[in-house]
Design a protein around this ligand. Structure first.
Ligand code: IVH
Length: 726
């Protein structure tokens, strides 16, 4: 039975009572879920209540009400925002630019002086809060019902954004007429635990008018999700869509959306930190003695109040708060740009009063900014130890989060394209905690130059070898592994590895020294080292020099698989090296093999084949191989194994879907292709197997529909196992 079916001839009062009851329940559960983060009922139950209310409201349009939970979305787009004059102006706070401890000391000294306190007097009591990085908002409640939401504007006149604010689930549509425990002065907050909790106390009635002041912001996760969705829209060809540079920017865009349906999708959040108008001030309405009482009451009325809010006595506790929050800053799920100190006693606040548009009793104590604006001087491509090419933006020096930044990574080709950073651009650079600096976005409106979009070089900027981006990989890599100066140390260490030609005693410290001193540039140089040269190295007595020379001598007698593995070709592990040696029998044949020939080797799929082929195409790599042989590195060579490696999965078509427990999708694809299978993108009647991992979706359903065999990773490995055994 649908929720409305028993309502064919309901008494109107009955319907009204049910509607009221459902609204109250939904209100309470939304608060538990969105504000307290402690749902009391499963989502499905919430949905059921919601649908029941929707059905009743449809049946009884006369019961419709703007403050119904069903109306959080659904208001019509506006042509423009109406102006709202604030009955109590929305002020800003003085900012303490000194980000060090003295910022808190200065404020405390000023307060003591203004309050006429002497050194003998006890410390001033403050409330320390987070300074949220969003937009100020004023929410007006009349008789407990949200009637208007307005932006700060110029402090006197803001914009009416009520429709959009209604879509924020953390903002109560009505004040919670709770049993009203009001904490007594000196109660309710546990500064040690740093969290707000209500004590027992006198009741507070819902005021006739209440303006709640606070910050609308966007959580970082919601920001990332929004940008991801925006990127998809853009990729899908949507016009006029853009990504956002930071959560504040995205929140601002959401607040000022004329279409509330779009605002709702922005997933904004809210924290309350104060009030504007409050009537009646006396006459049985709430009277507060302290700012803390006020916050706790706001909390009990249903508003989110940050749990890091703390009571603090004197400068030393303010400093401790500033430091503790500074250390915790990067772990918060949202951005803050500082902390705010407020004198707790409202009587003292009154005494202190205002200077121009700022209260004397509050100050914002900032942290070093994590984002700054600068310009891109150049885009370089750096080559890492393993040959990875990374585009790096060279920046006009800028001080971010406590350090001067001149470089910011652009990670890889796709990231650089996505951000479309060009030489000459003005960009936002972010550095949070110890994380490496990043270009968050380009200020497109400031692009003046005619710089072209960045493209990755097709050759290694260090050695000139081909740079290659293998299928399924994000990075370009230099294929001149044996010759490239950037990869020297790594190449030598790999060559000397126990499973490669094995040079006992040649570890990373020694390689570091040999390369840094210019004694070894490429592998053959190892075999030209003499006793005198080695013995003069740090931590190298005559005995260890002799040992190394013996180890080098010994390493010359090796095997073909060890040698091939030792070359450090990407994706050629020791088992692939063995397969190559077995298949081709001698090095010349491996070096001359076309990708097609390589594909015939058991264990080699298209990605590995391309990698091997490109490696041996590089003249420098071939030279190094020749020189190593000239130095006396040898192995016994034989005839190629007869025939072509069996391809037992030849003719079979696979489709991969979901997340496999151990193999990456590309790896699984490569292994299947190496065994001769074809890997297709979609399931059809021609599909032989669907390889399904966790969270497989429509492809799995399709397979079941068509009766295609579905296997898991273990079964696939078993198929491959029997394949290579065959
Ligand atoms: S109190 C009368 N407390 O910072 C004091 N403001 O210039 C009014 N802000 O745009 C502000 N976190 O939106 C206060 N815990 C906090 C705050 C906070 C962020 C914002 C506020 C305003 C600016 C102050």
């Amino acid at each position: 039975m649908t929720p409305g079916q028993d309502m064919s001839s309901p008494a109107k009062d009955d319907a009204a009572a049910r509607v009221a009851g459902l609204r109250a329940q939904l209100h309470r559960h939304a608060h538990s879920y969105y504000t307290l983060d402690a749902p009391e009922i499963p989502d499905a139950e919430y949905d059921r209540l919601y649908q029941a209310l929707q059905a009743l409201e449809t049946q009884h349009p006369e019961l419709a009400s703007a403050d119904s939970p069903t109306r959080r979305v659904g208001a019509k787009p506006l042509a423009m925002f109406a102006s709202v004059r604030h009955t109590v102006p929305m002020l800003s706070i003085r900012t303490e630019t000194d980000t060090e401890a003295s910022g808190a000391k200065n404020f405390d000294s000023r307060m003591r002086k203004e309050l006429g306190l002497s050194a003998a007097d006890p410390p001033v009591e403050y409330v320390a809060e987070l300074k949220f990085d969003g937009l100020a908002m004023s929410l007006r409640y009349e008789d407990g019902v949200l009637v208007q939401a307005a932006t700060r504007g110029d402090g006197e006149v803001g914009e009416d954004v009520t429709q959009n604010m209604r879509t924020i689930k953390q903002i109560p549509l009505w004040l919670n007429p709770h049993p009203n425990p009001l904490p007594q002065a000196g109660e309710g907050m546990n500064p040690e635990a740093g969290s707000l909790s209500l004590g027992e106390g006198a009741g507070v009635r819902v005021p006739a008018v209440l303006e709640v002041r606070g910050e609308v912001y966007m959580r970082r996760a919601d920001f990332e999700a929004l940008n991801e969705a925006q990127r998809e829209l853009i990729a899908g060809g949507a016009k006029g869509e853009k990504t956002f540079v930071n959560p504040r920017n995205a929140a601002a865009g959401g607040v000022r959306q004329l279409d509330p349906a779009i605002a709702a999708r922005r997933r904004l959040s809210f924290f309350a930190y104060g009030i504007g108008e409050l009537t009646p001030p006396g006459a049985g309405g709430p009277v507060f003695d302290t700012h803390l009482q006020l916050l706790l009451t706001l909390k009990s009325w249903g508003f989110p109040v940050a749990e890091q809010t703390a009571r603090a006595y004197g400068a030393s506790e303010l400093i401790a708060f500033h430091q503790a929050i500074g250390a915790a800053r990067d772990g918060l799920p949202y951005d803050i740009d500082g902390v705010v100190y407020k004198v707790n006693s409202l009587a003292c606040q009154k005494t202190l009063g205002f200077v121009s548009r700022e209260p004397r009793w509050a100050v914002a104590h900032k942290y070093p900014a994590q984002e700054q604006i600068t310009t891109v001087v150049a885009i370089d491509v750096q080559v890492g130890r393993t040959g990875k090419l990374t585009p790096v933006a060279k920046l006009a020096p800028v001080f971010v989060s406590g350090v001067t930044v001149t470089n910011a990574t652009l990670h890889n080709e796709d990231e650089a394209r996505r951000k479309d950073v060009r030489v000459g651009d003005t960009v936002i650079v972010r550095r949070a905690g110890d994380v490496i600096p990043e270009v968050v976005g380009v200020l497109l409106e400031r692009r003046t130059g005619d710089a072209l979009p960045f493209t990755m070089p097709r050759h290694c900027p260090v050695c000139g070898s081909d740079a290659l981006r293998l299928e399924g990989e994000a990075d370009y890599r230099c294929s001149g592994g044996l010759f490239c100066a950037a990869q020297r140390k790594e190449a030598i260490l790999h060559f000397a590895h126990r499973r490669a030609v094995e040079v006992e005693g040649l570890g990373d410290k020694l390689v570091e020294q040999l390369v840094d001193a210019g004694l070894v540039r490429t592998l053959p140089d190892l075999y030209k080292l003499g006793f005198a040269t080695l013995a003069q190295l740090e931590r190298m007595a005559g005995k260890s020099a002799n040992k190394l020379l013996t180890a080098l001598e010994k390493s010359k007698q090796t095997t073909l698989p060890r040698f091939v593995f030792g070359l450090g070709i990407r994706h050629v592990g020791d088992s692939t090296a063995k397969a190559l040696a077995l298949h081709f029998g001698n090095l010349a044949a491996v070096m001359a093999a076309t990708p097609e020939r390589l594909l015939q080797v058991a264990d080699v799929g298209p990605v590995v084949a391309t990698s091997i082929h490109t490696f041996f195409e590089q003249p420098h790599n071939r030279e190094v191989v020749e020189q190593l042989r000239a130095c006396g590195v040898t192995w016994s060579e034989g005839e190629p194994a007869t025939g072509v490696a069996p391809k037992p999965l030849a003719g079979k078509t696979f489709v991969i879907t979901g997340t496999l427990p151990t193999l990456g999708r590309d790896e699984a694809k490569d292994r299947l292709e190496a065994a001769g299978a074809k890997v297709a993108g979609s399931v059809s009647k021609k599909t032989d197997y669907v390889l399904a991992g966790a969270d497989a979706g429509s492809k799995l359903a399709k397979a079941q529909e068509l009766g295609v065999a579905v296997i898991d990773e273990a079964s696939m490995l078993a198929l491959l196992g029997s394949a290579s055994a065959a």
